[in-house]
Design a protein around this ligand. Sequence first.
Ligand code: NAD
Ligand code: MG
Ligand code: MG
Length: 342
Amino acid sequence: MTHELKVYMDSDTDKSKILDKKVAVIGYGSQGYGQSTCLKDSGVDVVIGARLGGNSAKKAEAEGLKVMSIEDAVKWADLIQILIPDEVQSKVYEEQIKPNMRPGQYLMFAHGFNIHFKKIVPPADVNVLMVAPKGPGHTVRSEYLAGKGVPSLIAVYQDPSGDSKEVALAYASAIGAGRAGIYQTSFKEETETDLFGEQAVLCGGLSALITAGFETLVEAGYSPYMAYFECLHEMKLIVDLVNQGGISDMRYSISNTAEWGDLTIGPRIITPAVKDEMKKVLKEIQDGTFANEWMAEYNSGMKKFKELEKKGEEHLIEKVGQELRSKFAWKDADKIINRDKN
Ligand code: NAD
Ligand code: MG
Ligand code: MG
């Protein structure tokens, strides 16, 4: 391997680099909730910047967090972590953040999209850095509470104060990442690999694979309940094994019959043509095609986005899933997402 692995753990971080700062977390969605609650528990002086009276402000207050308007939070803070959706960041930055910034502040992101594609161009006298958890925001919180953490990436884009890397490490540690590992990357690498992963494998690839498998069984006349268990429910049970011990641990646990099918049929499903398509998708990420198309969709009212999302929600697999999950004896007791609270 030509790439060297450098990992930072809690003991490699200097907590004072974040404990001596006022931290404004802008937005209280998935990452805003996950990161701010961990920062608070780690003793960081944190406020939420949000639309006053809005849903997010109410949820944050119910969690015991202090809420300010975005403008006031930016003025108050030494470090500003931007956790509103990527597609709204440039507008909110121009109108509410930039006019209230001062030299020497730390402007932080959890994804490099807007900086890398130059949708946001901060002044040279502001530090620009990133702490990007490699997992959903709700999971940042659930792992932190479990005494674990979500591995996170850090990156520095510009560093007039000279200590942005140490600040990023300290912030990452305060959200629990130093228990799992903190890795340094660049805005370019984080942006391109993150977009590729979520499109081709984690979200796009996964949901298309599950749905195609489910539909194949149902169209052949099998019970949608059986199809749901086979193609969706078991996915997590298998992925847990892969996550803990690699593909080889999963193969150790499954039957030899399942393993023979895995080894010989898997490549007939994910064919060389699929990999060629992945390469095209990666090119479109690298050359900015995806970023421009996504911003165009946002700017024209998200019609296609909402239409496709609705189509997914109306799919038979969702109805069957709701019905089956309601039978589990443990109900929703340990569900990570509670849409009323986080
Ligand atoms: P989200 O959609 O869950 O939350 C958005 C928050 O921003 C909400 O509080 C919402 O009320 C607020 N908001 C939306 N529009 C606003 C506006 N115009 N003005 C003020 N507030 C507004 O966001 P998210 O998924 O947590 O993503 C935040 C950032 O974290 C993004 O850069 C994303 O790429 C990155 N990230 C997200 C995840 C994840 O788990 N979702 C993982 C890694 C990185
Ligand atoms: Mg992403
Ligand atoms: Mg089986």
